[in-house]
Design a protein around this ligand. Sequence first.
Ligand code: ADP
Ligand code: MG
Length: 728
Amino acid sequence: MSTQRTNAIRESSKRKTRSFVEQIRRSELFGSHVFNEDKMVQYLTRDAYESVKNAIFTGSKIDRKMADQIAESMKAWALSMGATHYTHWFQPLTGATAEKHDAFFDLMPNGRALEKFGGGQLVQQEPDASSFPSGGIRNTFEARGYTAWDPSSPAFIYGATLCIPTIFVSYTGEALDNKAPLLRALHAVDQAATGVARYFDKSVNKVMATLGWEQEYFLIDKALASSRPDLVLTGRTLVGQAAAKGQQLDDHYFGVIPRRALNFMKDLEVECTKLGIPVKTRHNEVAPNQFELAPVFEEANLAVDHNLLLMDVMEKVADRHDLKVLFHEKPFAGINGSGKHNNWSLATDTGVNLLSPGSTPMKNLQFLTFFVNTIKAVDTYEELLRASIASATNDHRLGANEAPPAIFSIFIGEQLSAVLDELEGVSQGKLSPEEKTELKLNVVGKIPEILLDNTDRNRTSPFAFTGNKFEMRGVGAKMNCAKPMTVLNTIVARQLIEFKKEVDKLIEKKKLKKDEAIFNVLREYIKASKRIRFDGDGYSENWQKEAAKRKLSNNKTTPEALEIVVAKASVDLFRDMQVMSEVEVKARHEVDLETYILQTQIEGRVFNELVNTQIIPAAIAYQNKVISNIKGIKEIYGSGFQKHAEAQLSILEEISGHLAATRKKSEAMTEARKKANAEKDIRKKANAYCHEVRPYFEDIRYHCDKLEQLVDDQDWPLAKYRELLFIR
Ligand code: ADP
Ligand code: MG
């Protein structure tokens, strides 16, 4: 048998479970490696503490003298924790996080050594950033970009390094990362939502977007994972016949967590707890060896940072347990892929969830206001929201009847739909006292009860209301949540600004009471945004047809989906909301297309390599065995040998057929790649990869998987699905 595969199987089946025992209570451990509120109180002067708090609350700048003080205290704390280095931790457009470590250690001119870290180092750094994607913003000759401290996400110690969350911008001020636009979007939604929330409660001074993500992933034995070049280089299996047993028995979901995985999870959760990531639930997912982890929700910027940090911690901890984590959206064909639901809401500084109904009619009207405005925002910008989750890897999942379709729609359930239907009938202009009473008692007043038993959930919907939050379900497992969160918060901010303008106008010009004005505007929004509401089966073919009638977008591939990002309406939106300039929007579009091209190109190359150096040789080796067998039979039986070699001959024929097809298709794919590569225009190039190159992948795979079923198991070089997914 192929030594690579044999060794991997041998190694994986000899594994001893690395047991893990928790020593310290989690509540005690929580945030021990974070320069959080507690540490700030302990280490900072009162002035410095106030200035950080102020920066977090209002976004105000921290002056240099204060920064020096803060840096000094942070350093003292970090050194006391055993840190030796510090780094500006940032989110380049590659999707991962980046860091460049500098030692605290420094030499004075007189040769004396000391630990140095001042305000300058805290506030700003200039990493040599010429290799990060910028979409043409930063020419390489002026490769300077700088990272700047984001005080709203606390510094933390990871390994022996003090990590300072930062934004990453070009020398001319354009964002080169995913965090800067997110922070701007969060600021926009804060301002817009605070304005509207103050209709209901004057004491509101700030609104935070909240995010609770749910991370799905696969855990595979490390030796087996690294024996497959496709998993190593592309994150997914390009070939592989489905195991005889997949997820059809539904015996994995919420089942007993395998021991090795459980020990990994415990270890991971302890690491997360130290880092202040509030992990809470863990369970098996639908597919074999697939799991999910979810935290308690947090302010969105922090939640995004925590998700990125989590993915990094997961990889490191998995390694200790001889496991490999797969974040790819579709690592295995034929079984479910992995997503990352984004649960989103808005919360006031007075502690109120704006998407949660309350105990009084006014609080319920507040709920309805934010609820309906979100629906309206998603209706207006559904295509842009779809674009925010587009990627080569996520294309495998969206619309594959395991994740939501590529069509955006909103599920709110029968009862809330009934409420909105009633509100559509609200009178124009002033409301009679009877109508007001009726609304308060029987429509708005009933909402809390409705939500209490709002148990009907529609798993096929990409954007579902789940009682006190919306859940965006199409986000890919590998993705940085900052992208969809930037778009969602921007469009809701824009919508709330429109809303407030319209309500204020009705109050001033038509002399309506505040609640009358709100009812009037909401009525129009409910009517206008009806097409986005859909409670039926999102996987059904009927919905595809119905959605087309409703003129909802249905962009199935990334190059198509990304088009809307550079449409005038989107550019205007981002610019008006001060989230991204036109230059930034266009640069991102280019980076996203480029990433799509590169990922597809790499898959194509790996495919060729697998086919030519592993699969074809294995098939030929087996073919030779069959041939010598047939020769032997002929030797014995002479001219009538065919009768005795019927099976062998038909196997031979099948192998030759699939061999020829594999070879032909992979050559054609290479030709298509060459043609695509010659394309100068990036859009055309992405489309060529999408429509000319990618379709070959399925074709080639089909024949390879047939060969896997024919060739002697001993001769097959690649770890099989049953080994990858069922060896624990
Ligand atoms: P599920 O969707 O699996 O049924 P839950 O409804 O309990 O699970 O919540 C899923 C996620 O929603 C959790 O990660 C939780 O932190 C998050 N969540 C709950 N409330 C909010 C909120 N107000 N804002 C954002 N996320 C929230
Ligand atoms: Mg969920």
